[in-house]
Design a protein around this ligand. Structure first.
Ligand code: FAD
Length: 517
């Protein structure tokens, strides 16, 4: 037997058949083909969580990378387009309080200080509505592309809203049918270790021991390998982001031609917020809240009131209750075990970042797959550094939505503004951003989770008070910004005239599919 360090990595075993498991298996198998054996093992007794319905535009690259047809994906997974998020009631809770975080960058982004131009010339218009055409597409229910736009291409950048249960089945069929992933239905109830502490095999109830070289823990909140077996702890973030509970429900549209929203609508509540996602055949709605600030009963009443107010039926099914511990692991790759998905961490789905983090992790693992056990130490250190940084940035970005709110009407909103609940790095950045807008100098890694433009959208959407007048540079002259504002307005007019409605395009895709190139 060669020493363990010299062993080649021939067999990757992914444990867990939720979105994280299947996406990871697909990305590794598509990258390595027949050169690497990939097995996905899932318990027949533990169902996947199956509630993640919003993705980022990165999912287009991921699906294209693993070789699926976008038309087949739309048809199989009840998919609609997502062009960003609309936040209602977050600034002060009044009736006309809204802002957009669209996926398209502002016109002229990085060329000129748009925020300074906006402050000087158009402070009466919401920032995103002035600098980008995409909020207007959302407000008019427009699709982000035309019937003739090829698969995965966009007129306006987009991600997806989808049925998470159907997505799991779709990925499974693609993985096992096209990518050569071996699928084993078995419940893991023990772990067999090598002398050095590496995992040698998984002991299963149905099929005995299953050996492998690298094990990917996608067992969801159980974190069976990394958390339970290796005892790698969860760094709780409850002191920063309080939400730890959700009630989710699906409701029908009132009529066959009801418009389908092409953005996630997130409406602030007394002790949390409600997501509202439009799929082609139904809406998925959920209340995310802090159990320290409200009861399940109160949360359900707020959910029902929202549904009634937003045109839903008076009679709804009993909402499904989900609980989670906001936090992420002390590290994610330990020995020959890597955690991806909820086993690595979970924070409230305010910006739908969970699947995007899965995509990033699976891509980093697939691209940097060590050839031997000896290569794992360095790969693990790099992976742990990258994902600790990314989790911290997700937390900063989500907290930004809360800390700038002017709401003080409930303990939840007051507690959210306590200095002790503000991460130090975000506090420092807010000081910088009073004098200059967020830029690539604040977020300097190659693959940042959220680009500086996203920070600008949320910052100015939330009514952040900054004064860029004193720092006005020659390059920031207002007329330069004004040119880009005109450009955004011209594009808005053109696109509103040329793009079909979201529902029209979705129905067209069901009947005819999208163009392929
Ligand atoms: C309320 C809510 C809303 C969300 N909204 C979004 C969103 O809009 N966008 C987004 O990106 N994400 C969202 N998420 C997150 C997203 O749903 C999950 O992060 C994602 O589905 C990944 O889950 P997972 O695959 O890690 O875990 P799971 O889906 O829990 O899968 C765990 C798998 O492990 C297997 N398993 C467990 N124990 C064993 C065992 N002993 N032996 C063998 N197999 C085992 C199970 O069978 C299962 O297949 C949301 C989450 C919640 C709670």
């Amino acid at each position: 037997m060669p020493p363990i360090s010299a062993r080649t990595v021939n067999h990757v075993v992914v444990v867990g058949g939720g979105s994280a498991g299947w996406l990871t298996a697909a990305i590794i198998a598509a990258e390595h083909g027949a050169g690497l054996r990939v097995t996905l093992l899932e318990s027949p007794d533990v169902a996947p969580v199956g509630v993640g319905e919003g993705t980022w535009p990165s999912m287009r690259d991921t699906l294209s990378r693993i070789g699926v047809s976008e038309s087949a994906f739309f048809r199989a997974c009840d998919v609609s387009f997502k062009q960003g998020s609309r936040f209602n009631g977050w600034v002060d809770g009044s009736d006309n309080d809204y802002y957009f975080h669209p996926f398209v960058l502002p016109q002229g982004y990085g060329e000129v200080n748009l925020a300074a131009g906006w402050q000087r010339q158009h402070a009466d218009i919401p920032f995103a509505d002035l600098v980008s055409f995409q909020p207007h597409l959302c407000m008019h229910g427009k699709a982000p592309k035309q019937a003739t736009t090829p698969e995965f291409a966009a007129v306006a950048n987009y991600g997806y809203h989808l049925d998470a249960g159907k997505f799991g089945v779709f990925l499974r069929e693609h993985c096992t049918g096209r990518l050569g992933v071996h699928h084993v239905l078995a419940h893991v109830d023990g772990i067999n270790a090598h002398d050095n502490g590496d995992i040698a095999s998984l002991q299963t109830r149905q099929h005995g021991a299953l050996a492998g070289d690298l094990f990917v823990d996608c067992t969801g909140s159980q974190s069976l390998l990394l958390g339970k077996h290796y005892g790698v702890g969860l760094l709780s973030q409850r002191h920063v982001l309080f939400n730890d509970s959700a009630l989710a429900v699906q409701i029908p549209y009132p009529a066959a031609n009801t418009p389908i929203a092409s953005q996630t609508i997130s409406t602030a509540q007394d002790s949390g917020w409600i997501w509202d996602i439009g799929l082609p055949t139904r809406r998925g709605i959920g209340h995310v809240y802090s159990s320290a600030h409200t009861s399940d009963e109160q949360a359900e009443l707020a959910l029902r009131a929202y549904i009634a107010r937003s045109g839903g039926p008076a009679d709804i099914a009993t909402p499904r209750k989900l609980s989670f511990q906001p936090g992420y692991r002390e590290r994610f790759w330990h020995r020959n075990c890597v955690a991806i998905g909820q086993s690595a961490g979970f924070i409230e789905p305010l910006e739908a970042s969970a699947l995007a983090m899965v995509e990033l992790a699976a891509a980093m693992l697939a691209d940097g797959m060590p050839a031997t056990r000896a290569g794992m130490e360095v790969a693990a250190a790099r992976f742990n550094d990258a994902f600790t940084y990314r989790w911290e940035r997700v937390i900063d970005f989500l907290k930004l939505h809360y800390v700038l709110s002017k709401r003080r009407d409930t303990a939840y909103w007051r507690d959210n503004c306590e200095p002790a609940a503000l991460p130090a790095r975000l506090r420092d950045l807010l000081t910088v951003w009073r004098e200059q807008p967020p830029s690539r100098y604040d977020l300097y890694r190659i693959e940042e989770v959220f680009p500086s433009a996203s920070y600008q959208y949320v910052l100015y959407g939330m009514g952040f008070v900054a004064d860029y007048g004193n720092a006005m540079r020659h390059a920031d002259r207002a007329e330069r910004a004004a040119g880009y504002f005109r450009e955004a307005a011209t594009l808005t007019g053109r696109m509103l005239a040329a793009l079909p409605s979201n529902r029209e395009l979705l129905e067209h895709i069901q009947r005819h599919g999208m163009h392929t190139i």
